[in-house]
Design a protein around this ligand. Structure first.
Ligand code: UDX
Length: 436
């Protein structure tokens, strides 16, 4: 198959590269010429484990190329994927901004040649595929194309593995011909018995929101239960293990923490709330999950304050991890973006470290934070250490060294990585989330 991928953001780049790895010929298109030149030279715009190697390999094999020109990629394509950004609208109303999607539709239309399937890959409100279809029809009434929706369920940091071994592939199609093209594209997966769920276009569009909102609900649920555990003296880790063994509940996404972040859950939950409002419907459970998530971040600030004896003013706080989760440099909606400014505002001195996220964090966090090169530098003379993101390199810290470097041995473990008893035996005052 010959595939054009519009947008070399996270989803476009990963998807395009993986399609090339499947053996298809893929052209990735982006307006940003600098980004395209960098990609042509094998430089990645994002950090995703294994992506650089896979990109270079497929470029060398001649299956993957990068261009700024629609004219070069669209005419040949059997399928054109739209994977441009859909940021939350600047109006601050929770709607997804579809400007880039609409622009892509207008720009690709003149170059369509022969039968083509145009596929929405970006996470978009219900009805967007129809809008794209209308725009293309208006621009090119003679074009021979079908519209499809193919939501992605990739996790950052694990995207290549998720792509190659998905639980399922969802394709929203309306014609047998379009279904055939998409099935041919994903053929290497069903040779591995991956189920393909073929649905209508609206169903596919809503599936993505429903899946992400469910996971956000699950996390907010366990965060609230963790808070109840703290109140009654129960242990959320044991509890999560016990309830997770019920196959109906499942053990994934039951880790309490400082609240979910990232490019998907915060954005998609808000967008879903807005979308259903338009239809006069409600997703109260999702609204509650969003509220709980905001409260959870605020609660973490309070937790740190309490561990410091009631005030963070003038205290030196070491923060380990800034990104919304490990194995990514992505800072979007990271809990650190709420928690750190709140601490700074109260006059705390922050020494922070993150293996990948510091360049982004510098752009997004207020001035006055000290960025350092290692966890041990961060804890130097600190009054407490806060483990914010569970990077592997923070899972096996030399705790004796940590204790010697710190002014006060206070360990605040927002990801429940460490065993409370071990820490206490080593002389730390320890608190996690939802544990005694
Ligand atoms: C998510 C979905 O998993 C993916 O299917 C979708 O396509 C995009 O959104 P991602 O945002 O990359 O992926 O990260 P994920 O690993 O799902 O974590 C999201 C957030 O939830 C992180 O902040 C993480 O720390 C938090 N989380 C996750 C918890 O707090 N507890 C958990 O048990 C799981």
């Amino acid at each position: 198959m010959n595939i054009a991928m519009i947008g070399t953001g996270y989803v476009g780049l990963v998807t395009g590269t993986c399609f090339a790895e499947f053996g298809h010929t893929v052209s990735c298109i982006d307006k940003n010429a600098e980004k395209i030149t960098a990609l042509q030279n094998g430089e990645m715009p994002i950090y995703e484990p294994g992506l650089d190697v896979m990109v270079r390999h497929n470029v060398q094999e001649g299956r993957l190329s990068f261009t700024t020109e629609m004219a070069q990629a669209i005419p040949e394509a059997d399928a054109v994927f739209i994977a441009v950004g859909t940021p939350t609208s600047r109006r601050g109303d929770g709607y997804a901004d579809l400007t880039y999607i609409h622009a892509a539709a207008r720009e690709l239309a003149p170059f369509l040649q022969g039968y083509t399937v145009v596929v929405d890959k970006s996470t978009v409100p219900i009805g967007t595929a129809r809008q794209v279809e209308r725009i293309i029809r208006e621009t090119r009434p003679d074009a021979d194309f079908d519209m499809a929706s193919n939501p992605e369920f990739l996790r950052e940091g694990a995207a290549l593995g998720d792509f190659m071994r998905p639980d399922r592939v969802v394709i929203g199609v309306e014609s047998p011909q379009a279904e055939q093209v998409l099935r041919a594209i994903y053929k290497p997966l069903f040779l591995r018995d991956t189920p393909i769920v073929s649905t209508g276009i609206e169903t596919a569009e809503l599936t993505k929101y429903a899946a992400n909102a469910f996971l956000a609900v699950k996390i907010s649920y366990i965060n609230e239960i963790a808070n109840v555990c703290e109140a009654v003296g129960a242990n959320v880790s044991d509890l999560a293990k016990a309830i997770g063994m019920d196959g109906r509940i499942g053990n994934k996404f039951l880790h309490p923490g400082p609240g979910y972040g990232g490019s998907c859950f915060p954005k998609d939950t808000l967008a879903l709330m807005r979308i259903v409002q338009e239809y006069g419907e409600n997703v109260r459970i999702v609204s509650a999950a969003v509220e709980v998530n905001a409260a959870q971040k605020a609660r973490m600030v309070k937790k740190i304050r309490e561990m410091l004896g009631g005030s963070e003013t003038g205290k030196s706080i070491a923060i380990l991890g800034l990104t919304f989760k490990p194995e990514t440099d992505d800072m979007r909606d990271a809990p650190a973006l709420t928690i750190l400014p709140a601490l700074l505002e109260k006059g705390a001195l922050l020494r922070v470290h993150d293996p990948q996220g510091m360049p982004e964090a510098r752009k997004m966090l207020p001035e006055g934070i000290t960025y350092v090169g290692s966890a041990y530098e961060a804890v130097q003379d600190a009054d407490c250490v806060v483990l914010m993101t569970e990077w592997n390199q923070y899972r096996a810290l030399d705790l004796g060294k940590l204790r010697r470097l710190m002014r006060q041995p206070i360990f605040i473990d927002l990801r429940n990585v460490y065993d409370p008893e071990t820490l206490r035996r080593l002389g730390f005052a320890y608190t996690g989330v939802g544990r005694k």
